[in-house]
Ligand binder design. Structure first.
Ligand code: A2P
Length: 264
């Protein structure tokens, strides 16, 4: 079957790939056109994919660009035998990609009660929704400090986040708000780097708070967003719950929210 738009289900639109960037052998990002009718809240995810033999092959991806941006950014791993990413990793500028019409998710500012500091805890491609949120002016209006943590196996895996954070000062919308409010805390687990260790361990042994010179994580002042692998979500969630944080949702805002980093 051809991927002509007549064969497309109503739940998706055909978009054009504007840019592809390969960060490592295992990580790439892409930018695609945004339909005029596509509305979402920074931090949400959407179905993304390609036409398969008979039907579209779609996976949920966090949108890595903010809600005010003209295009839509995504950050993906490459799974060599993954049904979608084994193909998606070969996509090129000008190709067609399928985009779901209904973004959704709980990793949004609306699902959190007011607080002083906002922690965004991520591993691997779990940084994607935070790439969106750190460019969202509302995040800086609502919180005095935003602490973005990103933990990866190797130093090269941090490249996407590092570059994004570095570019923020020049960002036309949030550039001036970011100064002094955004703290970026990167760590690796399998290669030498100034800060080493899993974020779960760095929270539990207090190293992150000592490094940043701030009070230990507490539900009176802090709000937390968590995005990573299933194991990371489970362990991080259990730590914040043991500290007295309660989980929020769109219907019931709380002290922390969790989202799985949808991979393959
Ligand atoms: P580690 O190297 O110790 O496994 P992955 O690529 O497997 O998703 O891992 C991305 C990063 O998340 C790695 O640095 C990895 O550390 C870390 N990680 C994996 N599992 C957990 C977990 N349960 N809690 C916290 N961090 C984790």
């Amino acid at each position: 079957m051809q991927s002509d738009s007549s064969a497309l289900p109503k739940s998706v639109t055909a978009e054009k790939v504007l840019e592809v960037r390969h960060w490592t052998d295992e990580l790439f990002s892409l930018r695609v056109t945004r339909p005029a009718s596509f509305r979402f809240r920074s931090g949400e995810f959407v179905m993304l994919g390609l036409m398969g033999e008979e039907r579209p092959l779609l996976r949920a991806y966090s949108i890595a660009s903010p809600s005010w941006d003209d295009g839509l950014d995504f950050f993906s791993i490459k799974v060599q035998d993954g049904p979608l990413t084994s193909r998606l990793q070969h996509i090129k500028e000008g190709d067609t990609i399928l985009l779901g019409r209904k973004p959704t998710g709980t990793l949004v500012l609306d699902a959190l009660t007011p607080g002083k500091r906002l922690y965004m805890l991520s591993t691997g491609t779990g940084i994607a929704p935070f790439a969106s949120l750190i460019r969202e002016p509302e995040a800086y209006e609502k919180f005095d400090q935003i602490i973005l943590t990103h933990t990866c196996r190797n130093v090269a895996d941090l490249g996407y986040g590092r570059r994004l954070v570095d570019s923020l000062e020049r960002d036309p919308l949030v550039g001036e708000m970011v100064g002094g409010k955004l703290t970026y805390y990167a760590t690796t687990t399998r290669e030498d780097f100034p800060t080493k260790g899993r974020i779960t361990d760095l929270i539990q042994d207090g190293r992150i708070f000592a490094d940043l010179g701030i009070a230990p994580l507490n539900p009176r002042e802090d709000r937390v967003m968590i995005c990573g692998s299933m194991a990371m979500l489970r362990d991080t969630k259990s730590i914040v719950e043991s500290l007295g944080f309660t989980e929020g949702s769109n219907a019931n805002p709380g002290d922390f929210v969790v989202e799985r980093a949808f991979v393959d």
